[in-house]
Design a protein around this ligand. Structure first.
Ligand code: B1M
Length: 213
């Protein structure tokens, strides 16, 4: 198989055998993010498709996720870092009820490599925990990730709770459950701050940079 297909197949098969040498080879041709967003994401999309068709079970999807995580961890030191002064502090969380964290953690890597201090609250984060963290950290923005359809609804609830707690910092939302339609009007028409959708981690960085300008 060509290199790109081999990379995708490690994710689909959930195997790490041969992965590192192939990642090294890929690094001679592509940037770390191109490898992640290209062949590795392609593998993850295939995993999603197979899972949807009942051709994979959760345990197998978990192994695929392990391969993706190991790849991102291996590639991270090769990513471009902009050693600027701290641009801002951002709280990141996967919303309540949702365990998917690969995308959120990628957002953390990209933002922290580009001058942001990140408070990563992890997965299944209830609004109360976000409110507490915001009060303790005085962050410049809150980033919410969600991959399940119900996570979009959870974001609506979260934005309402933040508003009721008197918080109005910009909220950045992302994750496969969302689309561009998830703008402020869909998520939180009455939220006093901005609500912005990022399609991927780089888009998240662009938005954060615009916000902090
Ligand atoms: Co799950 N899962 N999963 N899963 N899983 C999906 C999301 C699903 C679409 C698969 C499918 O059926 N086709 C489906 C959701 C269906 C729906 O609601 N419409 C699904 C399901 C059903 C489930 C369970 C319910 C399965 C079950 O138990 N029966 C269960 C949910 C448990 C729960 O959350 N309560 C479940 C569990 C799991 C695993 C634990 C096995 C594993 C997650 C492991 C982990 O994350 N640690 C897993 C995985 C791996 C997937 C798929 C296959 C891949 C997700 C992924 O990591 N993609 C996924 C199918 C798919 O998406 N194709 C699927 C790679 C990652 C880099 O992309 O997270 O989208 P993503 O991030 C992108 C952008 O979205 C964006 O940036 C990233 C790229 O740069 N982004 C942000 C993300 N967050 C952002 C935040 C931002 C900005 C951008 O700002 C704050």
């Amino acid at each position: 198989l060509p290199l790109e297909e081999r990379l995708a197949s490690y994710v689909v098969e959930g195997t790490k055998e041969g992965l590192i040498p192939d990642l090294d080879e890929a690094l001679t041709k592509y940037s770390p993010l191109e490898i992640i967003n290209g062949p590795l994401m392609k593998g993850m999309e295939e995993v999603g498709r197979l899972f949807n068709n009942n051709e994979l079970i959760v345990a197998e999807v978990l192994q695929s996720a392990e391969v993706m995580k190991a790849s991102v961890a291996y590639l991270e030191p090769f990513m471009e870092k902009n050693e600027t002064s701290v641009k801002g502090k951002i709280i990141l969380a996967t919303v309540k009820g949702d365990v998917h964290d690969i995308g959120k953690n990628l957002v953390e890597i990209i933002l922290s490599n580009n001058g942001y201090q990140i408070i990563n609250l992890g997965i299944k984060v209830p609004p109360e925990q976000l409110i507490e963290a915001y009060r303790a950290e005085k962050a410049d923005a809150i980033g919410l990730s969600g991959l399940l359809v119900k996570s979009a609804q959870q974001m609506v609830v979260t934005a309402q709770d933040l508003r009721n707690a008197g918080i109005d910092v910009p909220i950045l939302v992302g994750g496969a459950a969302l689309t561009r339609k998830f703008t402020k009007t869909r998520i939180a028409p009455e939220y006093d701050g901005l609500v912005l959708y990022a399609k991927d981690a780089m888009d998240g960085l662009d938005i954060a940079n615009k916000l902090m300008d």
